[in-house]
Write a new protein. Structure first.
Length: 247
């Protein structure tokens, strides 16, 4: 497993306010909010960081225009910030079978991501399959798993990851710390999903591929710290909803 992307519910200011947009760009993260997929019901804008990225979603209509219903519901109830951490995996079917057969974990069946556009007349199918674990009890977050259709599809998608922070010597995401009022059931789910891990003073650290680390820590407030892998001498931070991105 390795980081793929973070799905983040955002207010429209992050896509329309020039001051907010420029503050993100000033950190070295190239950001073009007008680019990215969308329908009449939602607008996505991406911040590409090497092969990882933030997928930031603003709803244009309450129905979400084909966006994931569970995420639309939480957005309409006021949730802003990280809602799903997507991890790239090599064998999604194997993980799905293991979780359902050996652990009786409720994980959705692997399916290709689809959404409707053109007033609902057309359906776009993305070249990857996703599965999702249930939302945590203590925080409005779920873990998702993703597998690309094939190597050719992955290479094709990488070509569209522009403008990319890699051009500013910011090469990827190396560490994510998720803090919040996680419950015992939440930690049980985390322990089931992840194999290569160890306990910390107030949580768990998970060792992923590519020397990436994922932390879950019990705190009163739901916050997310993202640390990039950067050879950029400049030290900077970007604040987007409940995420603090350290460059």
């Amino acid at each position: 497993m390795r980081f793929d992307h973070l799905v983040v519910n955002i207010d429209k200011k992050y896509q329309t306010d020039n001051i907010e947009i420029q503050s993100i760009r000033n950190t070295g993260l190239p950001y073009e909010p007008k680019w990215g997929k969308g329908t009449k019901g939602f607008k996505a804008s991406n911040i590409w960081i090497g092969n990882e990225y933030l997928e930031m979603i603003h709803l244009l209509k309450k129905d979400g225009g084909g966006w994931k219903p569970e995420w639309v519901e939480k957005y309409n109830k006021g949730h802003r910030g990280l809602i799903c951490l997507m991890l790239d995996v090599d064998d999604l079917d194997k993980i799905y079978e293991e979780m359902t057969n050996n652990y009786s974990i409720s994980i959705s069946e692997p399916k290709y991501l689809q959404f409707k556009w053109g007033f609902g007349l057309f359906t776009r199918t993305m070249p990857w399959r996703n599965s999702y674990f249930p939302f945590f009890e203590g925080i409005p977050l779920q873990i998702g798993l993703q597998q690309m259709k094939d190597k050719k599809s992955a290479e094709f998608m990488h070509k569209y990851m522009v403008p990319n922070a890699r051009d500013n010597d910011i090469n990827g995401i190396e560490e994510i710390i998720i803090k919040g009022p996680l419950t015992d059931s939440d930690f049980k789910l985390i322990n089931t999903i992840f194999k290569n891990k160890e306990s910390t003073e107030n949580g768990i650290v998970i060792y992923l591929d590519n020397n990436q680390k994922l932390y879950f820590e019990k705190e009163n407030e739901y916050t997310v710290n993202v640390t990039t892998s950067s050879s950029n001498v400049k030290q900077s931070e970007a604040k987007i909803e409940n995420l603090l991105i350290s460059i």
